[in-house]
Design a protein around this ligand. Sequence first.
Ligand code: ZN
Ligand code: ZN
Length: 257
Amino acid sequence: MQEIFFFSYGTTIAAGVTLWIVEGLHPYFSRQKRRALHAKLNLSMAGLNLLILLPSGILMAFMLEWSRNGWPGIGMLALPPVAEAITIVLLIDLWMYLWHRLNHETAFLWRFHSVHHSDETLDVTTSWRFHFLEILFSELLRLPLFMLMGARIEHLLLYSLLMTPVIEFHHSNISIPPALERLARLIIPSPMMHRLHHSRLRSEHDTNYGSMLSLWDRLFGSFLIKDNLDDLRLGLDHESDSDKQQLFALLQKPFRP
Ligand SMILES: [Zn+2]
Ligand SMILES: [Zn+2]
């Protein structure tokens, strides 16, 4: 299990660094400036999130192990191990879709999730920019849910291994050929899909909630695509000021009237 843990974190860092280099060489939006400063802010938020994710990961591993015999969940279906892992990975991704959608449709949760959306220069580092309380709420909800599901920590690590590079990829400011983009969005939420999810227009940012698979957006009617994003404005209205794009201002953002 430790191998999957380190492999999962290693893949996240390797994919993140590779995408950061490639999006610098072949950017989709060429107007990005001060990339290092932008990355520093988003990485500071990611650092805070690690303070929650590391202990919650240990608690999750302990609780899933503890509940394994008493709470069979998906184990009741007596599936072969591979089929069980695929089913649980799909269920986790479905939960991620629903949770993300809930963050947009609930005024209270949007206060925290809007910190992610207030980024005006979308790139791979935006995939790590979340308010630490959004992370905490997410972790608190998924713990009992995954216990009921009968998931094992190995399933969660497998999901994170598959999902994290996809999330980094669809946030990246990488320019890819249209044919490849069309192919990618058959399976995963593509960069063009997620750019629309970061639009200032509510009609556009309340779409494309998927994390690892684009299937859920197609299934639940929230799929949106445009082949030309020349008029797209990223971020949120009234959040552009440089004093609002500082670590402490972003941490205070959910508590502003
Ligand atoms: Zn969102
Ligand atoms: Zn995003």
